[in-house]
Design a protein around this ligand. Structure first.
Ligand SMILES: [Fe+2]
Length: 432
C-alpha cells in the first residue's frame, strides 16, 4: 500500500471514530440506597445486566431497566447498599470506602449561545479554546477515587446567524447529541473506572438541559422535573459529602418574602438540621452557585484567544455571588463540622475565607472563562482570592495524617498552586 493510500485510510478511520457516538457506563453516588448505575447506548438497543461485588465478597447480577432519551437507550438501576465494584463488559467502576484522591471540576461544556449577532461561539474543535477533553486526559492519569462535577455540563444551546454555526447544525439544543459531545464523550475513559457525584447546575434547570441530566446523571426518580432536587448525603465512614441543589436560585437579591427565597431557605434549614444529626465529623458541601464568589460583570466571558479583547471592554465591577445564600447563612450558619464548601458557576478559581467555612470556586474546566482584568483584581475584597484566569481542575489529596491539600492544576495536570485546607485561612502558595 502506498504512503498516500495509508494516509487516506487513516484519515477515514479517524473521521469515523471522531463522529461515532459511544456507549457509556457510569456510576453516580447519592444517598445510601439511591446511588445508581447507568449504561447509555446512543443508538438504542437492549439492556444487559451488570455484575456487582459487595464488601463481604459476595457478587450479584443486577438487571437494568430501559428508558429513552432522544433515541438513546439509558439502561439504569439503583445500586444496593455496600457495593464496592460495578462491572459492565470490560468496564470496572470501583466505589471507594475512604476516598483519598478526589478530582473536582465544573462548568465544562462548549459554549454555543449565539443569536442576532450577540453571544459566544466557543471553538469546540480546538483544545486551546475548549480544553475539556484535554483536562479529562489529565484527570484519567490522576487515577482518582472519586470525581465531583460541580454542574453546568451542557452549553450547546443555539447558534444562528454566523457562518461558524454551520458545523454545529444537528448537534444543538437539549437532546442526546449535544450532551454526548459536551460531556459524555470527553468523560468516557474516566466514567468507566471512577464513580461521580453529579451536582446540578443552572444549565440543567427545568427550562434548559434538565431532561438529559435527570435521565443520565441523577438518581432514578421518574420524568417530572423539579426545581430543586432533594439534598443528597453520601457517607464514607467519618466523612460526609453533601450535594445541595441551588441550580434554580437567582443570583440577584430576592425579596425575603418571595416563594423563591423561602423555598431555598427551607431546603437549607432542613440540610443544616440533617447535618447536625449525622454521625460523620467532617462534612464537605458541594453546591453549584457559591455562597461567597466574585463574578466580573457581564461582558467579560471570553475564549482564551479573545482575552485581550475582553480585558479592553471589561468594566471595573464585581458582583457578589450569591447574596441570597449569604443572607440565609447569616441567619443560620452551617454547623462547625462543615469544613469546606465547593462550587462552580463562576468560570474561574477562587478561595474565600472569613467567618464561614472556606469556600472554593472551581468553574474553569472548559467553558469560556470569566476574565478578571487588573482593575477587577484591584477591587477584590479582603478574604477573597482570585487565581490567574486559566483552564484546569482541582485535585484534593488526603495524606496519612488525614490532612487535605488542594492542588490547583492546569489542563496538563501540572500543579500551579497548593492550598493547605486543614489550616486556618486556607493559605494557597504558588507551586515551584
Ligand atoms: Fe452556572
Amino acid at each position: 500500500m502506498s504512503k498516500i493510500q495509508i494516509l487516506f485510510f487513516t484519515g477515514i478511520g479517524f473521521l469515523i471514530a471522531s463522529c461515532a457516538q459511544k456507549q457509556v457506563a457510569l456510576v453516580g453516588l447519592s444517598n445510601e440506597g439511591q446511588s445508581f448505575v447507568k449504561v447509555i447506548h446512543p443508538d438504542g438497543g437492549s439492556c444487559d445486566p451488570v455484575r456487582l461485588d459487595f464488601q463481604n465478597h459476595e457478587t450479584q447480577v443486577l438487571q437494568l431497566n430501559k428508558i429513552n432519551f432522544d433515541g438513546a437507550a439509558v439502561c439504569e438501576a439503583t445500586l444496593p447498599k455496600n457495593v464496592v465494584r460495578v462491572t459492565q463488559d470490560s468496564n470496572s467502576i470501583v466505589i471507594p470506602q475512604e476516598p483519598k484522591k478526589i478530582v473536582i471540576l465544573g462548568d465544562t461544556g462548549c459554549r454555543l449561545k449565539f443569536q442576532d449577532g450577540r453571544g459566544v461561539i466557543q471553538n469546540c474543535d480546538s483544545e486551546t479554546d475548549w480544553p475539556f477533553q484535554r483536562i479529562m486526559r489529565s484527570v484519567e492519569k490522576e487515577k482518582p477515587d472519586l470525581v465531583v462535577h460541580l454542574g453546568d455540563y451542557h452549553y450547546r444551546e443555539t447558534c444562528k446567524g454566523d457562518a461558524k454555526c454551520k458545523k454545529f447544525e444537528g448537534a444543538l439544543g437539549y437532546g442526546f447529541k449535544p450532551w454526548a459531545l459536551d460531556f459524555l464523550n470527553p468523560s468516557l475513559e474516566v466514567l468507566k473506572t471512577t464513580p461521580y457525584i453529579f451536582v446540578r447546575g443552572n444549565h440543567e434547570d427545568c427550562h434548559r438541559a434538565h431532561e438529559g441530566f435527570l435521565k443520565m446523571l441523577a438518581p432514578l426518580s421518574g420524568d417530572r422535573c423539579v426545581d430543586i432536587q432533594d439534598t443528597a448525603y453520601t457517607s464514607f465512614g467519618n466523612f460526609l459529602i453533601v450535594n445541595f441543589d441551588d441550580s434554580n436560585l437567582d443570583d440577584s437579591p430576592l425579596d425575603q418574602d418571595s416563594v423563591g427565597f423561602k423555598t431555598i431557605q427551607d431546603k437549607y434549614k432542613k440540610m443544616v438540621e440533617t447535618i447536625a444529626t449525622r454521625p460523620e465529623s467532617t462534612v464537605w458541601l458541594f453546591i453549584h452557585r457559591p455562597f461567597w464568589g466574585l463574578s466580573p460583570r457581564a461582558g467579560n466571558q471570553a475564549p482564551k484567544s479573545n482575552m485581550k479583547q475582553a480585558a479592553a471592554s471589561a468594566e471595573n465591577s464585581l458582583d457578589l455571588v450569591n447574596v441570597n445564600l449569604q443572607r440565609i447563612f447569616k441567619e443560620l450558619p452551617l454547623p462547625n463540622k462543615v469544613k469546606m464548601i465547593f462550587s462552580g458557576h463562576i468560570h474561574a478559581v477562587q478561595v474565600a475565607v472569613g467567618d464561614h467555612p472556606p469556600q472554593m470556586v472551581i468553574g474553569e474546566s472548559g467553558t469560556s472563562l470569566d476574565f478578571f482584568n487588573d482593575q477587577n483584581l484591584k477591587a477584590v475584597p479582603s478574604g477573597y482570592r482570585v487565581f490567574p484566569s486559566d483552564y484546569g481542575y482541582v485535585l484534593m489529596s488526603k495524606d496519612d495524617f488525614g490532612k487535605w491539600t488542594a492542588n490547583i492544576k492546569s489542563i496538563h495536570g501540572q500543579t500551579d498552586f497548593t492550598c493547605q485546607v486543614s489550616e486556618p485561612g486556607v493559605p494557597c502558595l504558588a507551586y515551584k
